[in-house]
Design a protein around this ligand. Structure first.
Ligand code: ATR
Length: 286
């Protein structure tokens, strides 16, 4: 896309349906300003039935975009329609970041990177743990399972209300991953070094089960990928029981960085000022 001075300006999107609540424009807008780059980034709602045409317009240049982020409900279709999905996306069956290269749509998934970068920043050494417990087996848990496995944690228990969904993920992600029913939670928590909530438990006002975090290994960490509110009911329980916790906001911020670098050519930094912008935005919408 060209601006009024006829200089080339990279223009990136976040697409979903709906997408107006996305905080990605705030994140990328902050980095563009901080780095003094001429790019643009905006939310672009695309209904599911129009998504294939949107990918065609991205590829043939008529959309005016050079790439962007993909969120719910388009992540699976983005993977399917991309010309060059990478191996991370292929194993997940979903992509959240697209970019054009030599006329082809490339795709990756940065959710797992965002998850581990957040823990690296706030709980350095977390990957020394031998056992992790992941609560939930929905779309959001997949990238987390993949990332924790790829960092070398050799026992990963996926605990889920619907046992068949956990089993499907154990089959998909290999021998390190074990499917567990809810009833097994207190057993697998014993000596675990990392607990991750990937469910929406407590977000809709429903009761959150009491979880015993006291049996976890010394110096274990409890984290939640939900970041609204920052202190989720599960993090609050863990803190009350004396556990170190990491909130999910950093995952959102860090997952954005690789895409920004692809579209705008500079690797941005996740800093406290950016975190505060999102916290302020969350406060203004409550
Ligand atoms: P997402 O893509 O955000 O992960 P999802 O695919 O709907 O959303 O998955 C939501 C996860 O939260 C699932 O693991 C779900 O358990 P089921 O697979 O049994 O549905 C879990 N979840 C949601 N509400 C729950 C509740 N009240 N109790 C236990 N688990 C719950």
């Amino acid at each position: 896309m060209r601006d009024s001075r006829e200089t080339f300006v990279n223009h990136a999107f976040v697409t979903g349906y709906p997408v107006k609540h996305s905080r990605s424009p705030l994140i990328h807008g902050y980095w563009l300003k901080q780095l003094g780059l001429p790019g643009r980034y905006r939310a672009h709602a695309v209904p599911p039935e129009e998504f294939p045409d949107f990918i065609v317009s991205l590829k043939n240049g008529t959309s005016g975009f050079t790439g962007g982020n993909v969120t719910i409900p388009h992540k699976e279709l983005a993977f399917t329609l991309a010309d060059r999905p990478d191996a991370l996306s292929a194993e997940l069956g979903a992509s959240n970041t697209l970019w054009l290269e030599d006329g082809l749509v490339h795709a990756t998934n940065t959710d797992g990177y965002g998850f581990t970068a957040n823990l690296d920043e706030r709980a350095s050494g977390w990957d020394q743990c031998r056992t992790a417990v992941i609560l939930g087996a929905g779309g959001a848990s997949r990238a987390v399972i993949q990332a924790v496995r790829d960092r070398g944690v050799n026992t990963i228990h996926v605990v889920n209300r619907t046992a068949a969904r956990a089993q499907e993920l154990a089959d998909r992600f290999g021998a390190a991953v074990h499917a567990q029913p809810m009833e097994a939670l207190s057993e697998v928590m014993k000596d675990a070094g990392l607990f991750i909530n990937t469910t929406s438990l407590g977000m809709d006002g429903t009761a959150v089960p009491e979880i015993d975090f006291t049996t976890m290994a010394p110096r274990s960490i409890v984290t939640d990928i939900v970041y609204v509110p920052l202190k989720t009911p599960i993090l609050a329980q863990a803190q009350t029981q004396g556990r170190a916790t990491v909130d999910g906001l950093g995952m959102l911020l860090h997952q954005a960085a690789p895409g920004f670098e692809k579209w705008f050519g500079r690797r941005p930094i996740v800093d406290e000022a950016l975190r505060q912008i999102i916290i302020d935005d969350m406060a203004s919408h409550t």
